[in-house]
Design a protein around this ligand. Structure first.
Ligand code: ADP
Ligand code: MG
Length: 753
């Protein structure tokens, strides 16, 4: 008998085990049984890799009835006979060709049921298999069990496994199909699985009894067998459900360990003080905090005061005022003698944060300077484009502890940056960073401290993603915008349909500028050499002209053209990623100061840029952007007291998928609704960056898009168990389920552009 941890070479013999390890890294009984079927043949389906119909070059395996047999002769001399066999009544027609006709013609009679395996070729619209492997399962003339040598050998091998006669292993209503390799076919794997299951000891259930009963689950032992061998679809579905449930619980238990476990007592406690930077900052804010901000702040201050490090995500619509909340949190740490680091995805944004935080802090940020307040600190800025000398100076300010608040881009992550007493890490626009980057920064703390972590995002996270990808973070949400904000109207301009609408857009910009407002014109590319990737690549209903011929607007030529034509006479600024730090800075400063009327730019302004006087945005070739990206872009306007207008231009027709996507963005300002739509629109692989090998998060049967209910159930269940077992130490079965996820890096959500 065998257990899950036994090695396969021991159970199956080295010869059978070796290819499993070589092709799939399968080493143990457990590894093999977790190589779940990818599909099941029900009756006679021809299966290709996905659900799509088979294509030229696909390797397929299926069971089918022979509906016609004809002998033909080759043209060449001497002519040779070959056999063409029709398989089923299919559209397009499916045939198999055999050249050793003398042998096969006696075997392959009309009415025989055969298992076939081979590579698809297309010929005049029909699908063909040339010399496929076959095994006769049923035969009108007594030929069952015969077929290609390899498959006959297979069926003979099956006989030894578990007492089932060889053919019966295949002669069933349903057959599992496994991810296979050319040298290791689905059938080989199937037979290994049968052989292993025949000797497998009963499997212990990783879930507590009461859980299995409460959720009416199939037992682990039954499920592990049925997922491979059940013939009955209902039983099989129960098995799949059970294993999905396991995955979900395993993942949630791993996340619970991160939330409740390890780090528990190593956080820098920063109790609230009556006087200090935080208190003074509160009293000098130029506006009243919204109720939402106050609520979130309350939660955050409590957590910052505790010795358990905070791990929190603050999500809120663009413009909801997350920055000031983060700043007040950082001030609390500064008052307790700690330093804080704020990581921003772009230089423009880091700059802006430094400027606005210094502004809000005023004398509180002027330690050691004339006019500095009593408990003042300093705000340091570190970006990649600074000169070496400037960087050195800033690093000195950081390592000496003079700078209480350190703001920067990726430059902050470098080894040379050392903190005297890091107590809190803030990551702005979280989706632009990977987990490793966040952890790198956190690791700069000294003295065994785990800094508090606050990550902020304006890209709303759909609930299943929040519970999984970000499941180790607690989540706060700012839904309300500060009072007095004017709504943004969004319109789609289908410029191929109505050219004049685009002209009207330029007029609108002029009108706004005349009223003293400012505008953004956004395009996908910098110059002709810049190949922006289209979000719709592979979108089958996209017009043909997309391929190669169609080029997205580039800002360099656009800037030239607008200056002499459509927007002649207005003061234009140019902004894109290839400018130097100084150039970017100069343009942003001019735009902020109102010295530039229209900023012609790429998506460098996508995140965080805050110029409340800007009220119009025209996005050219808007179909080049994803839903969340457009929502972010649009968030650059509507930040002040004036009504704003966002115009999304596309050359695609309204009926295209991209056209509909743009209409959806125009229809709502609700970032959460758009995030759900975004998630539904894209294939899971795109959203989650999960790699082909099923690594990534390590999920096999659980889909974050489809199994929200199971995910939520598992989350609640784990919380319930933790409440009873706060040290998480009495559930070895759950630990086993979780182990798989602890090893894997988490997948990243959304674009990493
Ligand atoms: P986001 O959440 O998108 O990062 P910001 O933090 O940049 O938004 O805030 C957007 C603007 O709103 C900033 O100019 C900020 O000073 C302002 N703001 C923040 N909170 C309030 C408030 N309670 N009342 C008025 N304006 C506010
Ligand atoms: Mg922001």
């Amino acid at each position: 008998m065998a257990g899950l941890d036994d090695r396969l070479d021991y159970v199956l013999g080295a010869k059978a085990a070796e290819p499993l390890e070589q092709h799939f890294g399968i080493r143990t009984v457990n590894d093999l049984l977790r190589h779940y079927p990818r599909k099941y043949i029900q009756g006679s389906t021809v299966l290709s890799e996905d659900d799509r119909p088979p294509q030229e070059g696909d390797h397929v395996t299926f069971v089918e009835t022979i509906t016609g047999v004809s002998a033909r002769w080759t043209n060449r001399k001497p002519a040779k006979m070959y056999l063409v066999v029709n398989l089923g009544y299919r559209e397009p027609k499916l045939t198999a060709t055999f050249f050793n006709a003398n042998y096969t013609k006696n075997l392959l009679a009309e009415g025989a049921k055969v298992m076939i395996s081979g590579e698809i070729k297309k010929f005049r619209g029909d699908l063909q298999l040339t010399h496929p492997h076959f095994l006769i399962l049923e035969s009108p003339n007594g030929q069952e069990g015969k077929g290609s040598r390899a498959m006959v050998r297979l069926s003979a091998a099956a006989k030894d496994a578990d007492g089932v006669t060889g053919l019966d292993a295949f002669r069933r209503d349903s057959l599992p199909i496994y991810s296979a390799a050319a040298k290791l076919q689905s059938w080989d794997i199937y037979l290994c699985v049968r052989q292993v299951l025949a000797v497998l000891d009963p499997v212990e259930d990783p879930l507590p009894d009461w859980v299995v009963r409460r959720f009416d689950l199939m037992s682990e032992d039954e499920a592990l067998r049925a997922i491979h061998l059940a013939e009955n679809a209902i039983e099989r579905d129960r098995a799949i459900h059970r294993i999905r449930f396991d995955e979900s619980v395993g993942l949630q238990w791993a996340l619970a360990r991160r939330r409740y476990g390890e780090l528990s007592e190593s956080g820098p406690a920063a109790p609230l003080k009556d006087s200090g930077v935080r208190a003074d900052l509160l009293s000098r804010l130029p506006f009243q905090l919204t109720d939402g901000q106050l609520e979130v702040l309350d939660v955050i201050s409590t957590e910052l005061a505790a010795t358990r490090p905070m791990s929190r995500m603050l999500q809120g619509e663009v413009g909801s005022g997350k920055t000031v909340v983060a700043l007040l949190g950082m001030a609390q740490l500064v008052d307790a003698g700690y330093q804080c680091a704020l990581l921003a995805p772009t230089e423009v944004l880091a700059e802006q944060h430094a400027r606005s935080m210094r502004n809000m802090l005023g004398p509180l940020a002027m330690a050691g300077q004339l006019g500095g307040a009593e408990h003042a600190t300093r705000v340091a800025l570190l970006t990649g484009s600074m000169t070496a000398a400037q960087k050195r100076e800033v690093r000195e300010e950081i390592s000496s502890g003079q700078a209480g608040i350190v703001i920067g881009t990726h430059a902050l992550l470098q080894d040379a940056v050392e903190f005297a007493q890091l107590g809190m890490v803030v990551v702005d626009e979280q989706h632009r960073f990977g987990v490793e980057q966040r952890d790198t920064l956190r690791a700069k703390a000294t003295g065994g401290i785990s800094p508090h972590l606050l990550v902020m995002t304006a890209t709303p996270i759909p609930r299943t993603i929040a519970l999984t990808v970000y499941g180790d973070l607690a989540i706060s949400t700012l839904r309300e915008l500060p009072k007095g904000r004017q709504p943004i109207t969004t319109k789609v301009i289908f410029s191929k349909v109505k050219r004049s609408w685009l002209d009207r857009a330029w007029e609108r910009i002029r009108e706004e500028v005349e009223r003293g407002r400012q505008a953004y014109v956004v395009a996908p590319r910098i110059d002709e050499d810049d190949d922006a990737r289209h979000p719709d690549d592979g979108d089958t209903d996209a017009p043909k002209d997309r391929e190669g011929a169609r080029q997205a607007t580039a800002v360099l030529p656009l800037y030239e053209r607008l200056g002499i034509r459509e927007l002649r006479g207005l003061r234009l600024g140019l902004m894109h990623g290839k400018l130097s730090g100084e150039e970017k800075d100069a343009v942003m400063t001019a735009f902020r100061a109102g010295e530039v009327d229209v900023l012609v730019c790429t998506t460098v302004i996508e995140v965080g840029v805050d110029v409340p006087n800007a009220t119009v945005m025209v996005v050219l070739d808007a179909d080049w952007f994803g839903i969340s990206q457009l929502h972010q872009l649009r968030g650059r306007i509507g930040r002040g007291e004036h009504a704003s207008l966002c115009l999304l231009e596309t050359k695609l027709p309204p009926t295209s998928r991209a056209g509909r996507r743009l209409e959806a963005v125009a229809d709502t300002l609700d970032g959460f609704a758009l995030a759900d739509l975004d998630l539904a629109e894209r294939r899971e692989g795109d959203v989650l960056g999960r790699d082909q090998s099923g690594q990534g998060m390590g999920l096999r049967l659980l889909s974050l898009l489809e199994h929200r209910e199971i995910i939520e159930t598992a989350r609640l269940l784990c919380d319930e168990i933790v409440a009873d077992d706060p040290t998480l130490s009495n559930h070895p079965g759950m630990d086993r389920l979780a182990a798989h996820f602890v090893e894997h890096e988490r997948i990243e959500y959304l674009d990493k552009s």
